[in-house]
Design a binder for this molecule. Structure first.
Ligand code: NDP
Ligand code: OXD
Length: 309
């Protein structure tokens, strides 16, 4: 039994060190080093190179080192008959809620406009909005969306949310299913996307959706770039139906420098860093699953392959 870590960023060694710190006896390898492929039972991955999972004949579990798993389903060579797990973690959840709150406040109090004006030495007061007067709509009321919704109600926002199955969250108006999407959108002034990327949600942030939002609505996409139809966003910002957008995720990451989002005055960009797995917090659940795997027990946070999330 062994764990292989597969990721293409600079964090591979820090994940390996963290696992060794929590369990000095674990056999954990970076996929870049010499390692016994047939002894690997768990692959702990984040945006792995496509095809790399097929090299482990005795793999028993694919563990995502993040909350999202869309990139695993996007690899047609990934084994299809073993469990996929994802991370559910209090910091991953609360960091997202804090990020969304920061973005909303910065927009309501016009910090985005003032930063732009400052680059031109341009003095121009602009009316601000009060929290109590603003309705935030959250698409996706799972681990991240539900806490974000609850936190925003505590701050004083009017909050509503939309999900596949009906939810009940204190002080949050909830909608479910495609039939109720229009009603949800019609009264949403700030739209936060916290959906998983699946065939059902791909491209959902498009012209037809934007049209159903009130004029002046603001878009926050912290889920996946694949949710957004980029050209439709630009069209609806340019025709002034939308007042602006804050994006953390993109079709291609890093976003190529020629992409029009970079220079768009109504788009605020962050580099897919709204909420990041904290190794000290998440390694215990990964090692617990590794132990469960060895003992044939049900795994924590297993993904429903049929739903794709
Ligand atoms: P969950 O799986 O816990 O929640 C997903 C929510 O979306 C659920 O409420 C689900 O409904 C709803 N949903 C799924 N499909 C549909 C659909 N077709 N129509 C309506 N609602 C739907 O996910 P998390 O909250 O943990 O994470 C959400 C996403 O956030 C991740 O998949 C990832 O892409 C992104 N993310 C981004 C980060 C960043 O830094 N930018 C960090 C972490 C995550 P139901 O409850 O009925 O199943
Ligand atoms: C995640 C992410 O899914 O960081 O955890 O996007």
């Amino acid at each position: 039994m062994g764990i292989v870590i597969i990721r293409q960023d600079e964090k591979i060694d820090s994940w390996k060190d963290a696992i060794t710190r929590f369990d000095p006896n674990s056999k954990v390898y970076s996929y870049l080093e010499e390692h016994p492929g047939d002894e690997i039972s768990m692959a702990l991955i984040w945006k792995h190179p496509k095809g790399s999972l097929a090299k482990y004949p005795n793999l028993k579990c694919i563990a995502s080192a993040g909350a999202g798993v869309d990139y695993i389903f996007a690899d047609s060579t990934a084994p299809k008959n073993i469990p996929i797990t994802r991370l559910v973690d209090p910091y991953l959840t609360s960091d997202m809620s804090e990020h969304v709150l920061a973005v909303i406040l910065s927009e309501l109090k016009n910090f985005n406009t003032y930063k732009l004006n400052q680059t031109k030495s341009y003095w121009k007061p602009k009316d601000y909005r009060r929290i109590k007067d603003v309705t935030v709509g959250i698409m996706g009321l799972g681990e991240l969306g539900a806490l974000t919704a609850a936190d925003l109600t505590r701050v004083g926002f009017q909050v509503q949310g939309w999900s596949r199955s009906q939810k009940s969250i204190s002080n949050v108006k909830t909608f479910s299913g495609t039939d109720s999407l229009s009603e949800f959108l019609n009264s949403t002034e700030i739209l936060v996307c916290l959906l998983p990327l699946t065939p059902a949600t791909e491209g959902i942030l498009n012209a037809s959706l934007f049209r159903q939002l009130p004029k002046g609505a603001y878009i926050i996409n912290v889920a996946r770039g694949g949710h957004l139809t980029d050209a439709d966003l630009i069209a609806y910002l340019d025709n002034d139906h939308l007042s602006g957008a804050c994006l953390d995720v993109y079709h291609q990451e890093p976003l190529p420098e020629e992409h029009p989002f970079w220079q768009h005055p109504k788009i605020l960009m962050t580099p897919h860093y709204a909420s990041v797995s904290d190794t000290n917090s998440v390694i215990p659940q990964i090692l617990e699953n590794y132990k469960r795997l060895q003992n044939g027990k049900p795994l924590l946070n297993e993904v429903d392959r049929k739903n794709g999330y």
